[in-house]
Design a protein around this ligand. Structure first.
Ligand code: SAM
Length: 204
C-alpha cells in the first residue's frame, strides 16, 4: 500500500479520491484475506448466514459487495462523498447491500458482525478508544468484529496509515472482546505480506 494521506475530515479523504483514480489502499477487488478468513467466522455463526453486517470506511465497496454475495445483509458507509459515489456506481444494484455516506461515529445501527479493512489505521490515533466504544455499540451481544488490521508493528510516524502494535491492540480490545484469532495473514497481497494481521474478535 502506498502512503495513505487522509485525515480526520471527509474533505481530506475526498481530496485524495479526487486526485487519485485508484488510491494506494484500493485493492480493486475483494481482498484475498477476507475470502480466506470468512469461513473461519461463518463456522461460528451457526447455520444462519443471513446476518446483519456493517462495513465502516468502505471506500469503493469491493469487500462489502463480496460479503453481500456470501449471504450477509450488508450496510456499508464512508464519509467521503466521492468514495460512496464510486461504490454505488460499482455495486449499487447488488442485493442485500446498502451504501451510505456517513461519519462512522454517528452510525446508530446494531449488527451481528462488523468487518473492517484498512479502517482502523486510517482514523486519527486519538479516536481509537472512541472507535472501540463505537464498535461495541454497533454490535449485538456476542457479535463479531473481524477483518484486517494494516500496518501492524511498523513505524509510520507520518500516517495515516497509523501503525498499531500488538500491545495496543491488546490494551484497547482485550477487556471488551475475546480474541478468537489475531495473526499475520498468509493470504495478504505480496505488497502487504507481513504488515497486516487478520483478526476475529467476539464481543464479551
Ligand atoms: C484507507 S481507506 C480504506 C477504504 C476501504 N476499506 C478499502 O480497503 O479499500 C479508509 C476509508 O475510511 C474512510 N473514513 C475515514 N474516517 C472515517 C469516518 N470517521 N467515518 C467514515 N468513513 C471514514 C475514508 O474516507 C476512506 O475511504
Amino acid at each position: 500500500m502506498s502512503v495513505i494521506k487522509g485525515g480526520a475530515s471527509a474533505e481530506s479523504w475526498d481530496s485524495i479520491y479526487r486526485d487519485e483514480e485508484s488510491p494506494g489502499w484500493n485493492v480493486g477487488t475483494v481482498t484475498p484475506v477476507l475470502q480466506e478468513l470468512l469461513p473461519k467466522l461463518t463456522e461460528r455463526l451457526e447455520h444462519d448466514r443471513k446476518r446483519k453486517l456493517f462495513v465502516p470506511g468502505c471506500g469503493f465497496g469491493h469487500d462489502a459487495a463480496w460479503l453481500s454475495k456470501q449471504g450477509f445483509i450488508v450496510e456499508a458507509s464512508d464519509f467521503s462523498q466521492l468514495a460512496v459515489g464510486q461504490a454505488k456506481s460499482n455495486y449499487g444494484s447488488c442485493d442485500n447491500l446498502s451504501i451510505n455516506q456517513a461519519d462512522v461515529f454517528s452510525e446508530t445501527g446494531v449488527y451481528d458482525v462488523v468487518f473492517e479493512h484498512t479502517f482502523f489505521c486510517a482514523i486519527p490515533i486519538e479516536l481509537r478508544e472512541q472507535w472501540v466504544e463505537k464498535c461495541l455499540g454497533l454490535l449485538k451481544p456476542n457479535g463479531y468484529y473481524f477483518g484486517v488490521f494494516h500496518k501492524v508493528n511498523l513505524e509510520t510516524p507520518d500516517g495515516p496509515p497509523h501503525s498499531v502494535n500488538d500491545e495496543e491492540i491488546k490494551t484497547l480490545f482485550g477487556k471488551k472482546f475475546e480474541f478468537i484469532r489475531y495473526e499475520y495473514s498468509k493470504h495478504s497481497l505480496s505488497s502487504r505480506m507481513g504488515v497486516e494481521k487478520e483478526f476475529i474478535f467476539k464481543k464479551l
